[in-house]
Each structure stands twice: as C-alpha cells, then as structure tokens.
Design a binder for this molecule. Structure first.
Ligand SMILES: *Cc1c(COP(=O)(O)O)cnc(C)c1O
Length: 475
C-alpha cells in the first residue's frame, strides 16, 4: 500500500574512498519523442510568442527547462497507483493514503488537499491575514506574495543580505536575517504579524537552502512573541538534502529524518506537490492547530472542493501519496540535485556567470553580468531566455524585473537585485546528454553577448505579468 516504500537499491553502506558519480536510481521504461525545429522556425515561434517563453507552444520546444513544476516523470509505482483511484466524492481512500504520507514524512497533524500550491496559499492567506498586517518572509515568491497582498497584507523581505549577491558562496543563502526579523517585530508589533512565511529552499534566490540552525532560531524568536511559522514546503526535501550535505552534525542522518525535524519548527505548510512530490498536479495545506484546520476544511469547500479531495481526483491523490514516499529517499534526491550541480559545474567551468552555490532545482544565469550594457528596464533576463531559445530550442524562464512586477501602491516596477534566467531541471526527465547540449547552447549565447540589445514591453497583464506579457526587440 501507500505506506510501504518502493524498492530502493540505495548506495553501498560503506562509502567508497573516492567520490562516486550520482547515477540515477532508475531506468527508463517509456519515452516521449522530442524534436528541434530549424532556426527560422524558432525565430518565427519567438515573435509569435512576443519574446515570452511562457507563450511558446510546448511542441516548438526542444529541451524544456521552463520549470520543474508538474513536469517530472512518475514512477511505475505511481502509475500503478493511478489505477487505484477511489473517485468517491467524499472520504476517498486515496485521501487517507495522502494524509498518512504527509503525517509520516512531514509530521503535520492535519492536511487539506488543494489543486496546487497557490490554492493552499489562498486558503492560508484568507484565514490568517487581515488588512494592514505584515508578513515577513525569506524573499518573495510570485503567487505567495500576491495572495498575501490580495488578503490585505504587506510582504516584507527578511532574507539574509548575501541572498541578493549571486557570487557569495555562503552555504545557506536562504536563511532569515534574525536581526532584521527581530527589528521588524519591534517596529510593527507582534499582533500585526500573523505568521512568518519561511520558504525552503528559496526559489527566487536561486534555489538556496536555509539551515536547520536558522529554522530553529526563527522558531525560538517567533515563539517568544507568539507568532506562527508557516513553511512553504514546496522544495523542503531538496532543502533537507542540502542540510545533510552542508550543515555540521547532519551527514549521518537521512533526508527523511532531517525533513521531519525541519518541519517540526513550523505550525503548518503550503505545498505544491508539483515540485518535490513528483506529480503533475496537486498540492496541500497542512496545519497542526485543530481550530485552524476546522476553518480550512470549511473554506476549501468554497474554492477547491470537499476537504477530502480539494480539487484533486482520487487517482491524483494516490500518485502524490506515493510520490511523497519516493521523494524522501536519499538516492532519489542525491541524483536529482546531482544533475542540477552537473549542469552548473559545466557552465561555471566555461566562465558563464551563474548564481553560486548552485541550488537544488535549477541553474540560474546572472543576466546582469551576462549583459552589463543593458539597463534593467530593458529586460536583460527576458532577452537572454529568448536568445537561448533562438540558439537551440532550449526553453528557460525569466526571474528578474518582469517576474517582480510592480509596486502595488506606487505602480513603479520593482527593481530586484537579482536579474536571472532560470534553467529549471524537471525531475527524472532529461539525461546528462541533454544537460551537455544545454550547456553548449548557453556558452554559444554567452560568446555573442556584446551584440545583444534589450526588449520593449508592449503588453502588460495586471496580475503576475510575467506569464502573459509581450515584448519586442529594441534592435
Ligand atoms: C511553485 C511554487 C509555489 C506555487 O505552487 P503552484 O503549485 O505552482 O501553485 C509556491 N511557492 C514556491 C516556492 C513555488 O516554487
């Protein structure tokens, strides 16, 4: 059943004297053909898409590194679970498997399924945030911040300063700046802070982890003021892997054990199952507080569905329950992050400016350093993603000024310190050869960087503009 882990060959118990490679702990059973269009066809597709990689058709993409969200490959064990869907409206057995997997591996008492992560963010924000509230967090995430603002809150970034420096080699650049958080609590008052929103890892900072010590300290500080800690657990398994690899005292502990301890310093979490949990769709809200859970299981009926399915089919909940079990296996996560590090190392060796250290789910190109001759409002990262597609059909994502959007009061662009292009690696999908080709393409675009001009924004949607904005080249 769901609770038994899949067969797991693991690594030799005695570590070899010399480091070994991170070969994938699986073999391929099904393949999906992909093709590269010729250069004129790619150029036409890019114009059609308004120089926005979100608006390209998937068919026109060769290697799709837009996102690791819902783009992973499921295992045979998950697919087998899809056939075990109990599509009852209420009380599906797959819900109980999911609840069991979340309790066992994340340790929270209650869970409310949602169609994906933002569904959980909506519920949490509506329940806890009141107009005028302040929500501190370790760098914003697009949908998370928008839900906080729509609920009347104001997001305040309390991430450590080195998070904004792509060249800093500090191991835990996702950490919360405790002094800044302490000062904020003093300035706005604990009663105006419904919770601290802790992301692990921090997507917008380049997939950077937060340490166990920092998480404990956040718990301790907020505990003194009676402020809740809510985790964005989207990539908490990857975060646990970095703790195992980088933090003193954790080398001998399994990723599963580390994840449980990490989550124990929070009161609940929002989760996008499309990332760590190895499914194409799904998410959940987890809560320890009984009263809050009561309210959430009522509110979910309005926006998602009954509290035992929350917008998901039974079969999808089963796949997610099994994905959770697979996701916390040490050999899985080692190969997953290992592939990201492989691509990062190739680019670094070629002198391409990337965010260091390489994060858990993506390699981030530093578009500012790539195109120092472009001003930020000429959208250097947006242009870089477009150039990469033109060169090879590799699709990446802008994570810079376009993603940052506008200030909700002044209407000015937010000008984030980081102007990045994200090469996001889907889980269990591409091979090392795909990573090699991607690296070659980035290097080719880097070689011709001096001649590249910026972009002009010609269409700007009101919410989360990066998804649908359109651009024209300045040259
Ligand atoms: C993807 C993501 C979300 C939102 O989840 P969706 O499933 O896309 O709605 C929230 N936070 C982080 C850090 C994410 O990466």
């Amino acid at each position: 059943m769901t609770t038994s882990p899949p067969p797991n060959p693991g690594f030799p118990a005695s570590a070899p004297a010399r480091p070994r490679s991170w070969a994938e702990p699986w073999k391929v059973k099904v393949v999906e053909p992909i093709r590269m269009m010729d250069a004129p066809a790619r150029a036409a597709a890019l114009v059609e898409a308004g120089y926005n990689t979100f608006l390209l058709r998937s068919e026109d993409v060769y290697i799709d590194l837009l996102t690791d969200s819902g783009t992973g490959a499921m295992s045979d064990w998950q697919w087998a679970g899809m056939m075990m869907g109990d599509e009852a409206y209420a009380g599906s057995r797959n819900f109980y498997h999911l609840e069991d997997a979340v309790r066992r591996h994340y340790g929270y008492r209650h869970i409310v399924p949602t169609h994906q992560g933002r569904g959980a963010e909506n519920l949490l924000s509506r329940m806890l945030i009141h107009p005028g509230n302040v929500v501190p967090g370790n760098m914003y995430f697009t949908t998370t911040r928008l839900h906080q603002e729509l609920a009347g809150g104001r997001f305040v970034d309390v991430i450590v300063p080195e998070a904004h420096d792509p060249t800093s080699l500090r191991p835990f650049k996702g950490n919360i700046d405790l002094a800044a958080l302490d000062l904020l609590i003093t300035n706005v008052g604990a009663k105006n802070i419904p919770y601290v929103c802790v992301a692990a890892t921090v997507n917008m900072a380049g997939g950077q982890p937060i340490s166990m010590a920092n998480m404990r300290a956040v718990r301790e500080l907020t505990g003194r003021h009676g402020i809740r800690v809510m985790l964005d657990a989207t990539r908490a398994v990857e975060n646990a892997y970095f703790i195992q690899q980088r933090e003193a005292g954790f080398a001998g502990r399994s990723v599963a054990q580390i994840l449980l301890e990490f989550c124990s310093y929070s009161d609940g979490c929002t989760m996008s199952g499309k990332k760590d949990s190895l499914v194409n769709i799904g998410g959940w809200l987890a809560l320890n507080d009984d009263t809050l859970y009561e309210e959430a299981s009522n509110l979910v009926v309005v926006y998602e569905g009954l509290h035992t399915y929350g917008g998901m089919a039974g079969r999808d909940m089963e796949a997610m329950a099994r994905g959770i079990v697979e996701s916390v296996q040490d050999d899985h996560i080692r190969a997953r992050v290992g592939q990201v590090e492989y691509l990062g190392r190739k680019l670094q060796e070629a002198g391409v400016p990337i965010v260091l250290p390489v994060g858990g789910h993506a390699v981030y190109l530093d578009a500012r350093a790539f195109y120092p001759h472009l001003k930020q409002d000429q959208f250097p990262a947006q242009r870089l993603a477009a150039e990469l597609y033109l060169d090879s059909g590799v699709r990446a994502m802008e994570r810079g000024i376009v993603s940052a959007g506008r200030d909700s009061t002044t209407g000015e662009h937010h000008y984030p310190a980081l102007e990045l292009v994200r090469l996001t690696i889907p889980r269990r999908v591409y091979t090392q050869a795909h990573m090699d080709l991607t690296a070659e393409s980035v290097i080719a675009v880097h070689d011709t960087r001096q001649a590249t001009k910026g972009l002009r924004l010609v269409h700007e949607p009101r919410y989360l503009r990066f998804f649908q904005a359109r651009f024209e080249p300045l040259d």
